[in-house]
Design a protein around this ligand. Structure first.
Ligand SMILES: NC(=O)c1ccc[n+]([C@@H]2O[C@H](COP(=O)([O-])OP(=O)(O)OC[C@H]3O[C@@H](n4cnc5c(N)ncnc54)[C@H](OP(=O)(O)O)[C@@H]3O)[C@@H](O)[C@H]2O)c1
Length: 259
């Protein structure tokens, strides 16, 4: 399958590209800085520079591709959410998704699938009950951000390009992502939940995200939002207790939430 991917030099994307390449797919990667890409160009893998904001010459690769996968966006938890950072978080997602949507609209042979990242943050802080894909948007900055990010794909309705919106939970795997950040305080015997600890912690293993992506590529009937989280979420407090046990460290009472 010919696939165009954006935002793949990050935690999810790196492993996804390696997995899709190993399965023989022809990949075109869009990155803001090809020199920092961990891959070399080959017959199977092309790398284009894009600015993540607008359509460029990379759009030629979208024409005739079978799928576009978009994971691009300013990292959510890397910096404090100042007004300027919130603007960067929002713009990097709206403009990147918008540029890919425009490229798809302009393609003579349109991809059959746009798989766009989103986050379970769409639902806001949910206290009780199951959260299915039919649940309403929640309140707060993250919910508004996810909603605006997802809406950017609305222009593809009725164009023949199927849109899958992956509402991703906290992605875990040793050696990177959220777990690497959470492990550090435990390693120095200072670990514990942020905030009250009672908030839900919808998590997913990185390999399961890759599995969902592959499922979406091959299942033509799948479209719309898809919750990408393990079926049995636990509270932040219980997650920290499990992490502490696994690391042979205590999980202390809540530490202040600095986000
Ligand atoms: N990991 C999680 O726990 C989690 C949970 C929920 C949702 N998600 C969402 O899933 C997507 C992928 O997650 P990830 O953990 O792999 O993300 P990541 O490690 O932060 O990587 C995101 C990618 O986006 C690109 N990027 C970064 N800043 C950008 C900016 N200002 N403008 C345009 N592009 C930018 C980068 O690609 P280049 O530098 O190559 O351009 C980077 O490789 C993200 O959109 C994220 O918000 C992730």
């Amino acid at each position: 399958m010919k696939i165009v991917l954006a935002g793949v030099t990050g935690f999810i994307g790196k492993k996804l590209v390696d997995q899709l390449a190993a399965k023989g797919h022809a990949l075109t990667l869009l990155t803001r800085d090809p020199a920092r890409s961990p891959w070399n160009t080959s017959a199977q893998l092309r790398i284009f520079q894009w600015d993540g904001n607008r359509v460029g010459n990379w759009a030629a690769a979208v024409d005739g591709a079978e799928a576009v996968i978009n994971l691009a966006g300013e990292p959510i938890a890397a910096k404090r959410w100042t007004a300027a950072q919130k603007e960067r978080l929002l713009k990097s997602r709206i403009q990147g998704t918008g540029a890919l949507v425009k490229a798809i609209q302009g393609a003579k042979v349109k991809p059959r699938l746009l798989l766009n990242a989103s986050a379970v943050g769409f639902y806001g802080a949910v206290e009780t009950g199951d959260v299915t894909e039919e649940a309403a948007k929640g309140n707060g900055f993250l919910a508004d951000l996810c909603d605006a990010w997802e809406r950017e794909t609305n222009a593809l309705k009725g164009t023949g390009t199927r849109v899958v919106l992956l509402r991703i939970g906290v992605v875990l795997e040793r050696g990177g992502g959220a777990l690497a950040k959470m492990e550090f305080p435990f390693r120095i015997f200072a670990g514990g939940p942020l905030g009250s600890g009672a908030q839900w912690f919808p998590w997913i293993h990185r390999d399961d995200i890759l599995g969902i992506v592959e499922f979406a590529l091959s299942h033509e009937k799948l479209s719309g939002p898809v919750n990408a989280a393990a079926p049995n979420p636990l509270t932040m407090s219980d997650f920290c207790k499990s992490l502490g046990r696994a690391m042979h460290r205590p999980s202390w009472a809540p530490v202040p939430d600095l986000s």
